[in-house]
Ligand binder design. Sequence first.
Ligand SMILES: [Zn+2]
Length: 221
Amino acid sequence: MKAVVVLSGGQDSATCLALAVRRHGAGEVAAITFSYGQRHSVEVKYARQLAKKFCISAHKVVRLGFFREITASALLDASMPIRRGRKCPNTVVEGRNAFFLMSAAVWAKALGAEEVWTGVSQADFSGYPDCRAAFIRAQERTARLALDWPVKIVTPLMRMTKAEEWALAAKLGVFEIVRDETVTCYNGIPGAGCGRCPACRLRRRGLREFLAATGSSKPRR
Ligand SMILES: [Zn+2]
């Protein structure tokens, strides 16, 4: 096995999975999805579908159910309205990627894989500190030391805008899959989503920019 992809079921991770499959072949790629009490838990179902669609060799859904006990987030509590906040939206789940990436690295070692792929992006930055390149570098070093395993955290989307991500999906031949069969929306509505939450706005703006650049007409979704 070559790579373990952190697969949430959203646009970023689906694009990342497509890229990993293109790079290594589906037989060398596994994916890990986390069920952590997220309000849009329907994304786990979409992650399973994506794993099947891309015919990857293994997919694991792992429960990390303790976040609600140690932190508050609008992403973990459907009764909390989603707000933008001064630094970052109140949808941030503190330290989430640290847990995700370490768990993925542990499984990667068990599979003999030396790469962990994640679709985090710094360019269209939502203000989440654990999406920054500096954090990823530190986390890679931490995982290497913790596991004594030469794991590399691969972040192909780190410097891409959402529009560039759509272009990449199109280039990989998975534009329709990413557009229609992923959940980015914090309210758990697949495809174009609710259109109002910050995740939907970011996704939609990127899609418009991409379609404008390619001269396509207005999208169905
Ligand atoms: Zn939404």
